[in-house]
Design a protein around this ligand. Structure first.
Ligand SMILES: Cc1ncc(COP(=O)(O)O)c(C=O)c1O
Length: 376
């Protein structure tokens, strides 16, 4: 049986359109903070590498060039506390969203299999499970999985720092889930695309732990997959530049399938990724830019009487009202100020009383949004 498109929910952002129209009617114009799409220029070093690699007549390798694989292992050693990732543990992906959506299918999951994802989560974990015909189950700990379904779990998604709520998984938490998944016969996949954006301690000093960290479950890569993306850290969402890394046996199987499918990161993008990964200074600079925007927006939101929760890392502010009103009402209230945010309900039932505000506005828009929030 092919997949059943009707099992997918309506694409959530289509439901924001009426609020976007309303916000656009505000005299000063729309400030759209509903989507985490970078707005600052792609760094020159990355653009130059892309241009220099424009002559690309042959097919690129699905596993990536040797230079890219080396750049990724170097990145894990320098930035993520993973000293010796083997070369055959890496698979470039065309952005990470496609891999989030396809992983359950590529792992061969289907009817009767359970895919666990966080209770407040990026909607593509659920969509990917549905595309495979598997059953998505929201749970933040193994105990939250209904007892009758625990034996059917084949994939556990973790997302740290979390979209939308900015929660960070500690080494202990990563370790606990991995050990549980191993005994359940499940793969554990950690989506770490906001790992460069830690704001609060201890993560700001220690860094966001990776699932591939040697302290997680005895350091063995068995059953572990981690996803990372250059979309946010390098303002390169348009490049679709990302990868998956982890258990070499699983990575080998996924690579074999993707060779058949032609799911290959274009050669010039691979070259641009090498340049991006070789230059940590633009990453640090962008981080500073988001830190400043975050502080302006967090002050504005708090002064307007909203209550921030989580939000200690990642690209978003996650907040509610003191009486925890329905998130759609907060969307409406903010749309009346010309500010568009995403309702927490987009991220699961547990997200309902919250809204998500992205830090990806220009400095001007961020200052203007704060002014509107505080009535300044
Ligand atoms: C949690 C999470 N995973 C994956 C993605 C996809 O990122 P990309 O496909 O640009 O790599 C996003 C994008 O916002 C995200 O928030």
């Amino acid at each position: 049986m092919g997949f059943d498109a009707s099992s997918l929910p309506v694409f959530p952002w289509d439901r924001l359109e009426p609020f976007k129209r309303r916000a656009s009617a505000y005299p000063g114009g729309l400030i759209d903070l509903s989507i985490g799409t970078p707005v600052d220029p792609t760094p020159e070093v990355i653009q130059a590498a892309l241009q220099a690699a424009a002559d690309s007549p042959g097919y690129p390798a699905t596993v990536g060039t040797a230079a890219l694989r080396q750049a990724i292992t170097d990145h894990y050693r320098r930035c993520r506390g993973v000293p010796d990732l083997p070369e055959d543990a890496i698979l470039p992906t065309i952005g990470s969203k496609e891999m989030v959506a396809q992983l359950p299918s590529l792992l061969g999951l289907g009817a009767g299999d359970v895919v666990v994802h966080p209770t407040v989560a990026y909607p593509t974990y659920d969509a990917g499970a549905c595309l495979a015909g598997a059953t998505p189950v929201p749970a933040d700990s193994p105990e939250e999985i209904p007892a009758g379904l625990r034996g059917q779990v084949r994939l556990v998604w973790l997302n740290s720092p979390g979209n939308p709520d900015g929660q960070v998984a500690s080494i202990e938490r990563l370790d606990g889930w991995t050990r549980w998944a191993r005994q359940a016969g499940a793969v554990v996949a950690s989506d770490e695309c906001y790992a460069g954006l830690a704001w609060e301690e201890p993560w700001a000093s220690a860094g966001i732990p990776s699932l591939l960290d040697p302290r997680v479950a005895g350091g063995s890569l068995a059953g572990k997959l981690a996803l990372y993306s250059l979309s946010k850290q390098s303002n390169a969402a348009g490049y679709r530049a990302a990868w998956l890394a982890g258990d070499p046996e699983l990575v080998g199987k996924l690579t074999g399938l993707r060779k058949h499918m032609g799911m290959i990161v274009p050669g010039p993008i691979q070259a641009a990724m090498v340049a991006a990964l070789g230059d940590d200074s633009h990453v640090a600079g962008q981080r500073q830019i988001y830190a400043a925007r975050r502080s302006v927006l967090a002050d504005g939101v708090s002064q307007a009487g909203y209550v921030l929760e989580g939000s200690g890392a990642g690209l978003y502010l996650w907040f509610t009202t003191p009486d925890r009103q329905d998130g759609w009402r907060t969307v409406e209230d903010l749309a009346s100020l010309g500010i568009l945010v995403a309702p927490g309900a987009f991220y699961g039932e547990a997200g309902n009383p919250y809204v998500r505000m992205s830090l990806t506005g220009s400095d001007r828009d961020v200052a203007e949004a704060a002014a509107r929030l505080t009535g300044a």
